[in-house]
Ligand binder design. Structure first.
Ligand code: FAD
Length: 575
C-alpha cells in the first residue's frame, strides 16, 4: 500500500469543533499543522452526519467568542436558511483555506510511534486513496472524542463514573462504575403543506402509548429527540456498531409513535433525515495535571491558569438512556461562567500530548457540563494557541504552564476569547494617546473588556457619521488596528435547526453588527485622509493592517446590519 510521510509542528487528530478550533488557532499563530480526521465532513457532532446544535454557557452576554463565534457569524451570513450542506461547507472552508493547515479527510488514526514518553509520529489509514499517512510532529493534540491516542500511547485516562468519595462529588454514585452517558442517533423532520403518511420498517420498535416514552418530550417542532440514547451501560467505544443498530430501531419507532400514535402536531411532517453515525457524549477522558471536578465547577473555577470557560448545567444523563423509565437526565445547577484551567488540557504522563473537547482531564460529572460544543470549541482554541506558543519556544505543554501561561491568556483574549475575571492588556500606543468622540464616552473602548460584564456595558455607542479619535502629542507609527464589534451575544437562535417548519424564517447577520466604516488619519498637511474602508463586515473581531505615521486617527461608522446606532466594544491601535 502507498505510504506518505508528513512533517508538522502540531498534529491534531479529530476534526470536531474542538479539533478544528485547535488547528485553526495554531495555524494562525504561525505553526504548521496537520489535521487528521476520519470523516468526509468536519465538525464532529455538529456536522451534517450527526446534526447536534451548538450549545454553550447560559446567561446574558456569556456567549463564547473567538473562532466559534467567527464560524457562527459566517454561517449566519452565508446560510440564511440553515441548510446542512452549506454548514458543512462553511466548516470545510474555514479549515481547507487556512494557510498552514494540511488537512487529511477520511483518514483514521490507527497507530503511533513513541520515543520514550513522547509521541514521535501518528499513522492513519485514508480509505478513499488506500494510503497510509504518517505525521511526524513535535506536538500532538488528541481531539478525537474517544481519545484514540490514549490507548495507543499509554497515556493515563479515565472511563466511567467516579466513586462519590474520590473527589467528594455528591452527584457521583457511591461506587465507581464503567457507566457513561449514552450515544444517540438524531432525527430531523420537515413540514409540508398537506398530510403525510408514514410506514415504519418492520423492525422498528413499538411505542403504542405516550406512557412508553415517559419524560421524553416528542411533540413537533420543539423536540430535537436528544433522548434517543443508548450505550451508557455498554462500552461506549467498542459497542458502538451494535448500539447504532439498536438506536435505528428506536429512532424509527419513535417517529412511528409521533406520526401514528396520537396527536403530536406531526400530521403534515415527513421524516427528512435519520442519523446513521451515533453521536457520542462520553468515553475516555485524559488524566492531566489537574482533574476538574463538580466542586471546581460549583466554586466557579477561578484558577490562575483559566484559559476557557463553561456555563452549561451539570446535565448528567442516566446511563440507561431509553431503557431507563425515569427522567433521562438531571440538570444539576452550575454557575455560568466557570473557569477551565490549562492544566486539564494536556496528558500527565505523555510529554508532548494535548487534549481538547469532551476528552479533557475532568470527572464524569464535570464533563456533563463541559461537553457542550461551544465550550469544547473554546478549549480547542486554547489548546491550539498553547501549542503554537509551545512550538515557537520548544516547550512541552507542562513547561508552558510553568513559564508562559499568562502569555497564553493574553494571546487568547487578543483573539477575542472571553476569559472571565481577566482583563486584556491594551497596547501601550492606545493607552498613551488621548481618546475623544463626537458623542458619548469612548473610554470603554480601551478598558480591556470586550463585552458587557456584571451590568456594565464596556462599549461605546454612537450614530452613523459620528467619530472616535486617538490623538498623539507627536506623529506615531500605526501598523495594526483591532476592533471588537457587537454581534449581539444574546441572540436567541441556534446555529442550526433541529427541524424545518414550512415557513421557516431566514436568519441573518445580527442587526447590531457594524457593516461599514472608514478609518481616517491626519496627513502632513492637516487634512483627514481615508486610510481604510470596510464595506461588508459581518465579523465581531476585525483586524486591519496599515502602515502609516500620523498625529491622529479616527474611525467613522457608516452602516450597521439593522440597528439605528452603532455599538463597539473595543478599538486598539498598535505600532
Ligand atoms: C445526541 C447528543 C446530544 C447532544 N446535545 C448537545 C447540545 O445540544 N449542544 C451541544 O453543544 N453539545 C451537545 N452534545 C455534546 C457534544 O456534541 C459533544 O460533547 C461534542 O461534540 C464533543 O466535541 P469533540 O470535538 O470533543 O468531539 P466530536 O464532536 O465527537 O469530534 C471528534 C471527531 O474526531 C473524529 N475521530 C474520532 N476518532 C478518530 C480517529 N481515530 N482518527 C481521526 N479522527 C477521529 C470523529 O469522527 C469526530 O468527528 C450532545 C451529544 C450528543 C451525542
Amino acid at each position: 500500500m502507498r505510504h506518505v510521510v508528513h512533517r508538522a509542528d502540531l498534529c491534531v487528530v479529530g476534526g470536531g469543533l474542538a479539533g478544528m478550533c485547535a488547528a485553526i488557532a495554531a495555524a494562525r499563530h504561525g505553526v504548521r499543522v496537520a489535521l487528521m480526521h476520519d470523516r468526509p465532513v468536519l465538525g464532529g457532532n455538529a456536522s451534517s452526519e450527526i446534526r447536534m446544535w451548538i450549545c454553550g454557557a447560559h446567561g446574558e452576554n456569556n456567549r463564547e467568542t473567538g473562532i466559534i463565534e467567527e464560524i457562527a457569524l459566517e454561517n449566519l451570513y452565508r446560510n440564511p436558511l440553515r441548510n446542512y450542506s452549506m454548514w458543512d461547507t462553511v466548516l470545510y472552508d474555514k479549515v481547507r483555506n487556512e494557510d498552514n493547515i494540511a488537512l487529511s479527510l477520511n483518514c483514521s488514526c490507527t497507530d503511533l510511534q513513541m520515543d520514550g514518553n513522547r509521541i514521535r509520529s501518528v499513522k492513519g489509514w485514508q480509505l478513499t486513496t488506500q494510503t497510509w499517512h504518517t505525521v511526524e510532529a513535535d506536538l500532538f493534540a488528541d481531539c478525537s472524542g474517544d481519545s484514540i491516542l490514549a490507548p495507543l500511547s499509554g497515556a493515563q485516562f479515565r472511563m466511567g463514573r467516579e466513586a462519590r468519595r474520590e473527589f467528594g462529588e455528591d452527584i457521583e454514585p457511591e461506587q465507581a462504575d464503567g457507566k457513561t452517558m449514552g450515544m444517540s442517533l438524531l432525527i430531523q423532520a420537515r413540514e409540508t403543506d398537506g398530510p403525510q403518511p408514514y410506514i415504519p420498517p418492520p423492525w422498528a420498535k413499538r411505542y403504542p402509548a405516550d406512557a412508553d416514552l415517559p419524560y421524553r418530550d416528542h411533540d413537533l417542532p420543539q423536540s430535537n429527540y436528544w433522548w434517543i440514547e443508548l450505550g451508557g451501560e455498554h462500552d461506549s467505544i467498542h459497542d458502538t456498531e451494535d448500539m447504532r443498530d439498536e438506536l435505528l430501531k428506536v429512532a424509527f419507532g419513535v417517529w412511528d409513535h409521533v406520526k401514528n400514535q396520537g396527536d403530536h402536531g406531526a400530521a403534515n411532517w415527513v421524516l427528512e433525515w435519520v442519523g446513521f453515525l451515533p453521536g457520542k457524549r462520553e468515553s475516555r477522558r485524559y488524566v492531566g495535571d489537574h482533574t476538574l471536578t463538580q466542586n471546581d465547577v460549583r466554586a466557579e473555577g477561578r484558577f490562575d491558569d483559566l484559559v476557557a470557560y463553561g456555563g452549561w448545567p451539570m446535565d448528567d444523563h442516566n446511563p440507561g438512556g431509553m431503557l431507563w423509565p425515569g427522567e433521562p437526565t438531571i440538570f444539576h445547577p452550575a454557575p455560568s461562567p466557570f473557569g477551565i484551567p490549562y492544566r486539564c488540557l494536556y496528558s500527565r504522563n505523555i510529554a508532548n500530548l494535548f487534549c481538547a473537547g469532551r476528552n479533557i482531564s475532568i470527572t464524569h460529572v464535570g464533563l456533563s457540563s463541559t461537553r457542550v460544543m461551544a465550550t469544547c470549541a473554546t478549549i480547542g482554541q486554547a489548546v491550539g494557541t498553547a501549542a503554537a506558543i509551545a512550538a515557537h519556544n520548544r516547550l512541552t505543554p507542562r513547561a508552558l504552564y510553568k513559564s508562559r501561561v499568562q502569555e497564553l491568556k493574553q494571546a487568547l483574549m487578543e483573539d477575542d476569547c472571553y476569559l472571565p475575571w481577566n482583563v486584556r492588556k491594551v497596547p501601550a500606543l492606545a493607552r498613551a494617546a488621548s481618546l475623544a468622540a463626537s458623542e458619548g464616552d469612548p473610554e470603554p473602548l480601551r478598558n480591556g473588556l470586550d463585552r458587557p460584564i456584571g451590568g456594565i456595558d464596556n462599549g461605546w455607542s454612537g450614530s452613523m457619521g459620528s467619530w472616535v479619535q486617538y490623538t498623539f502629542a507627536e506623529p506615531r507609527h500605526i501598523g495594526a488596528i483591532r476592533f471588537v464589534l457587537d454581534s449581539d451575544l444574546n441572540r436567541a437562535e441556534k446555529n442550526m435547526p433541529c427541524h424545518y417548519p414550512l415557513h421557516m424564517q431566514p436568519v441573518s447577520v445580527p442587526g447590531t453588527m457594524l457593516r461599514a466604516f472608514r478609518l481616517e488619519a491626519l496627513n502632513a498637511t492637516g487634512q483627514w485622509a481615508t486610510v481604510a474602508l470596510v464595506q461588508n463586515n459581518y465579523q465581531r473581531l476585525v483586524r486591519i493592517r496599515v502602515d502609516l505615521r500620523t498625529r491622529a486617527i479616527r474611525f467613522v461608522p457608516e452602516a450597521t446590519w439593522g440597528a439605528e446606532r452603532v455599538h463597539v466594544f473595543g478599538w486598539d491601535i498598535d505600532g
